[in-house]
Design a protein around this ligand. Sequence first.
Ligand SMILES: Nc1ncnc2c1ncn2[C@@H]1O[C@H](COP(=O)(O)OP(=O)(O)OP(=O)(O)O)[C@@H](O)[C@H]1O
Length: 239
Amino acid sequence: MIKVDRLIKKIVTEPKPVLKDISFQMEPGEMIGLIGGSGSGKSLLLSCLALRQKWDGGRFLIDGEDVLKAGGRRRIRREWAYLEQNPELNRNRTALKNVLVGQSSQTPLWRMITGMVRSDDYMGAMDTIEHLGLLDKAKRKTGELSGGEKQRIAIARALVHGAKVILADEPVMGLDPKSAEHVLQTLRSLCEEERLTVIAVIPLELAEKYCTRILGLAGGEIAVDVTGRRLTHGEKSRL
Ligand SMILES: Nc1ncnc2c1ncn2[C@@H]1O[C@H](COP(=O)(O)OP(=O)(O)OP(=O)(O)O)[C@@H](O)[C@H]1O
């Protein structure tokens, strides 16, 4: 179980914390839609969870292990993936190669330099690419793929490199509705079938359709936390 306990995040320009006493727990298999108005702290929260930002207070526990300590940080780097709006893929490499070689934080240096892979890694990557419905795109250069296909290649890369949790900051922004639904359906299936945990910043209507749970931020605090249903008018008005 993942436990965020009274997370506080300050920024230099603001006298008061931007994230205030954020507490929640996540279980494997949950797909959480993170919603809230502009400036409510969604991106900052994801950055803190990815340990890309220093925590100014609070505890972060995974299965009882304090991940803010040195050993725990390695666990986050190994098991948590950060999916960006425009995934960082090498456009001149094939989709398969991008999945295999991974990002610098996950991949040994020798593999980054040589691009060499082991045959069992190759088979594993092809299985994952097929599972995400992109087998026919595996040998295409990623520069030739659509936004939604790139997003799914980034998901495949995260999974191949051992991600158990995916943090996704506006993963469907700028995608056409069909591609956006395909990306979110892919993530939802992975949560159900592979017990992946996902937190994604997405619009409310998509969160209500695809997520098992909705976490709403307002002014850097959790204003709404509902599981398995749509938000009421009252809950929407708190955001
Ligand atoms: N690196 C930073 N330096 C200074 N202020 C920051 C930084 N990152 C975030 N902030 C501030 O913290 C607050 C929360 O920002 P954040 O980007 O998390 O909001 P958001 O909910 O993701 O907004 P949006 O939906 O517009 O992307 C904002 O007031 C923002 O200006």
